[in-house]
Design a protein around this ligand. Structure first.
Ligand code: F6R
Ligand code: MG
Ligand code: MG
Length: 379
């Protein structure tokens, strides 16, 4: 029987501000999820957090989009919200956009990444979980993991990976998707996924047999296509070893931090810093954006783990590099390129400020640059 791995995540209240989550809130979410396990809704669950977001990592046999499983996650987040409200946590319940559950959490606020597969003889998986950034943050590492032989030696050395992979890419504005095959369509793939403000990788499949290799949480964006909803602290599931990237190949892109969108007010560019579970607390200028890697061995549908994979001195240098990159960008303050370009600021709170000033603009040719007594340029 096929196994489904579902990761459903939400921000149901921050402690302090948007930086972390209160242990009592996590406890309540875990309690409700475990009750679901006792009732047989799921086989197993592991609760992890990154910044102000909580994720339920669940295994079951009910397939993708299973109402019962989504409802369990919804109830766990709703109950957690009650605790968050009681403690007056910041933005309590912020990702639960509606009052009543209606069959599927997609479009209701939480982010979802799910995959279905036949459990292998041994099934190592990594759940990457980021805060203060968006799903397109995964574009660069997914490219490196599955299409760059300079990162993933297995693409060259392992015959079971040598054929390459298929990337499913979504245009977050139109909601359209395209599938591109690597290595033969590598340059076409990069045309799109290099444009991180518009395109994001939804899934990766092994070309040889169509096996699912990786899935990211992008559904919320697709449902709201046409009205891009901006940052959406994402999760990513990656299957590892035996025909997929080795655990170390999946982690390697994170050893060299790169810039992503998000950080303060979802309005800035910043380095994605790989951190241990205990360091997943974005404090400096509400960041810089963080990512954790939770490793599991799946055994007969049970989650053995998580192992805190970035809790390794081999990633200390990456954390230092990210801090230095953060310093360079912070020097720019509110100026681009630290601040995102105007097209992206449309999806922040800035338009409300612009609205107030819009009538003050006049055609440059019709006015002389001379200060009026009211402090405005006179006509
Ligand atoms: C970014 C984020 C924070 C908030 C910022 C302002 O994803 O969550 O940087 O945008 O702290 O928060 P409010 O508007 O709630 O005061
Ligand atoms: Mg928050
Ligand atoms: Mg968050």
């Amino acid at each position: 029987m096929k196994l489904t791995l579902s990761v459903i995540k939400a921000d149901i209240g921050g402690y302090v501000g948007h930086s972390s989550v209160h242990p009592e809130v996590i406890s309540r979410v875990r309690e409700v999820a475990l009750e679901g396990k006792d009732r047989g809704v799921i086989l197993d669950v592991s609760v992890i957090s990154c910044g102000d977001d909580i994720a339920l990592v669940m295994t079951h046999n009910k397939g993708i989009d299973a109402t019962e499983v989504h409802e369990l996650a919804w109830n766990a987040f709703r109950e957690g919200t009650e605790v968050a409200k009681k403690l007056k946590m910041y933005g309590a319940g912020q990702d639960l956009l509606t009052d009543a559950f209606s069959g599927n959490v997609k479009g209701m606020g939480p982010g979802v990444a799910e995959m279905e597969f036949e459990e292998r003889k041994s099934e190592p998986v990594i759940v990457f979980f980021a805060d203060k950034t968006s799903p397109s943050a995964w574009n660069l590492p997914l490219y490196e993991m599955f299409a760059d032989p300079m990162n993933t030696a297995g693409l060259v050395i392992d015959p079971s990976m040598h054929d390459g992979f298929i990337f499913d890419v979504m245009d977050v504005y139109s909601g359209m998707t395209i599938q591109l095959r690597t290595p033969e369509e590598l340059y076409d793939l990069l045309v799109f996924i290099g444009a991180t403000s518009r395109y994001c990788v939804r899934a990766v499949y092994r070309k040889k047999d169509g096996e699912i290799a990786a899935v990211a949480s992008t559904q919320k964006l697709s449902l709201m296509a046409g009205r891009y909803v901006g940052k959406d602290d994402p999760v990513l599931i990656v299957r590892c070893q035996s025909g997929f990237p080795a655990v170390g190949e999946a982690l390697e892109p994170f050893a060299r931090p790169w810039f992503v969108e998000g950080w303060m007010r979802g309005s800035h560019t910043g380095p994605l810093m790989p951190v241990s579970f205990s360091q997943a607390k974005p404090t400096r200028f509400d960041g810089p954006p963080r990512v954790i890697a939770a490793g599991y061995q799946i055994c007969e549908g049970h989650l053995i783990g998580p192992v805190d994979l970035f809790d390794d001195p081999a990633f200390d240098q990456a954390r230092q590099d990210a801090s230095l990159m953060a310093n360079y960008l912070r020097r720019q303050g509110i100026f681009e390129p630290h601040r995102l370009p105007p097209e992206e600021m449309e999806y922040t709170t800035l338009p409300k400020v612009l609205e107030k000033l819009k009538d003050r603009f006049k055609l440059a040719d019709s006015v002389r640059p001379k200060l009026s007594t009211e402090g405005e340029v006179a006509e």
